[in-house]
Ligand binder design. Structure first.
Ligand code: PLP
Length: 405
């Protein structure tokens, strides 16, 4: 049994006691965004009432306090994934982090990158765009059990400069063996980028152990405000990247004939940043540390197992999750004969929030799984078995009434 007092935790999240359509909210859309605890919500107010100034630039005391807090947030995030503070670049979200790498990396014509069939669009489109520069893009296939083709990584095509892949699929819940894939890619001279949007919020993440070169994740999926995300860039690699944006506070010296750039992370943080967001992300990390990432992983595994066991009782419901799936709180499904949007609409009438449609993974859902969409329930550590019971009961009602046998 996990070491989580979920009822106590739920009291920290004001929105969880909200009513939706006359029912208690059952929030099962955590893969889209997480809810926020009071420490983060109140912390933002505290920031504007006590810390607000533009950090790094000004030398007055308040600005120094803002700088101190901004640096502390960076240190907290670094510690959270076992990185060094200078390896942490603050960005808006996972999408921006991956675009930054695809723009800044010195690709040249004839180079190869790989991504996979199970990616969110944000780890697909930045690479597909590189075709315009003459870069070849490989798409690693996905088996019927929703696993990546490991043989591809054992013998990468010549000139592969970067291997990009997701840690955890936002559709099937598959957790990829990123440590082994990183080892294989490094052996063959390629760098590795991990989209960790669906993993860092849910499981302990140790970048030194994994060894990847770039890691992208979003604050809003891990209790922090919108508009703050992280790009980890392994030390020494940043030297080979050109800045994504240019402007204020990313330079050492500027004249009209010569510009000397700052070192990372400042090099990639041009202009005034989302300081309040970084502060909020630091508080979110504090909260996650207090609960404990091992506890979160264990509890979510229990919840997910419970959900999948319960789902076995359902008739007229198809589930998209492979046999060797390792848990990341994702449950994608369809009521046979009903569009996923209709399923989500009917669940919403009972206060149950799930996502539906393509989940920004259209090639996977449409081309590979041959579906016109899927509904998805996604869990976080403040969800309960009682909420899963409510969800399964309502899903069963819908499936019995509208599902095709
Ligand atoms: C696996 C994965 N990657 C990337 C993203 C994009 O995250 P953001 O919209 O915060 O950039 C998501 C969002 O759902 C995701 O699930």
């Amino acid at each position: 049994m996990s070491n989580i007092d979920v009822e106590k935790i739920r009291k920290d999240f004001p929105i969880l006691s909200k009513e939706i359509n006359g029912n208690k909210l059952v929030y099962l859309d955590n893969a889209a965004t997480s809810q926020k605890p009071s420490t983060v919500i109140n912390g933002i107010k505290y920031f504007y009432e006590n810390i607000n100034a533009n950090p790094i630039r000004s030398i007055h005391s308040l600005a120094e306090e803002a700088t101190k807090n901004y640096n502390e947030a960076r240190k907290k995030v670094a510690d959270f994934i076992n990185a060094e503070p200078e390896e942490i670049v603050f960005v808006r979200n996972t999408t921006e982090a991956i675009n930054l790498v695809s723009f800044s990396f010195p690709f040249k014509k004839g180079d190869r990158v790989s991504t996979t069939y199970m990616e969110h669009h944000s780890n697909l489109l930045p690479w597909l765009q590189l075709k315009e520069k003459g870069v070849n893009v490989d798409i690693v296939s996905v088996s019927d059990d929703y696993e990546l083709d490991m043989d591809y990584y054992k013998k990468l095509p010549k000139n592969t400069r970067l291997v990009a892949l997701t840690h955890a699929s936002n559709v099937t819940g598959t957790i990829n063996d990123i440590k082994e894939i990183t080892r294989l890619a490094h052996e063959q001279g390629s760098l590795v980028l991990i989209d960790a949007a669906q993993s860092v919020p849910h499981i302990p993440f140790d970048i030194k152990n994994i060894g990847a070169d770039f890691v992208a994740f979003s604050g809003h999926k891990m209790l922090a405000p919108f508009g703050i995300g992280v790009l980890y860039i392994k030390k020494d690699i940043a030297e080979n990247l050109k800045p994504f944006l240019t402007g204020g506070e990313m330079i050492k010296d500027v004249s009209l004939s010569k510009v000397i750039y700052e070192n990372t992370p400042n090099l990639f943080e041009a202009g005034t940043q989302n300081i309040e967001g970084a502060y909020g992300l630091g508080l979110a990390v504090d909260y996650l540390n207090k609960v404990g990432m091992e506890n979160i992983e264990k509890y979510e595994n229990e919840l997910t197992t419970y959900l999948y066991e319960k789902a076995k009782e359902l008739k007229n419901v198809e589930v998209y999750s492979g046999k060797s799936r390792r848990f990341s709180g994702i449950f994608s499904f369809n009521v046979i004969g009903l569009h996923s949007h209709d399923t989500a609409y009917l669940l919403d009438k009972k206060g149950i929030a799930v996502r539906s449609g393509f989940h920004c993974a259209q090639p996977l859902i449409e081309d590979r799984l041959k579906l016109d969409g899927a509904a998805r329930a996604s869990l976080y550590f403040y969800n309960t078995k009682e909420e899963i019971d409510i969800f399964i009961e309502e899903l069963n009602n819908i499936a019995v009434k509208y599902g095709r046998r």
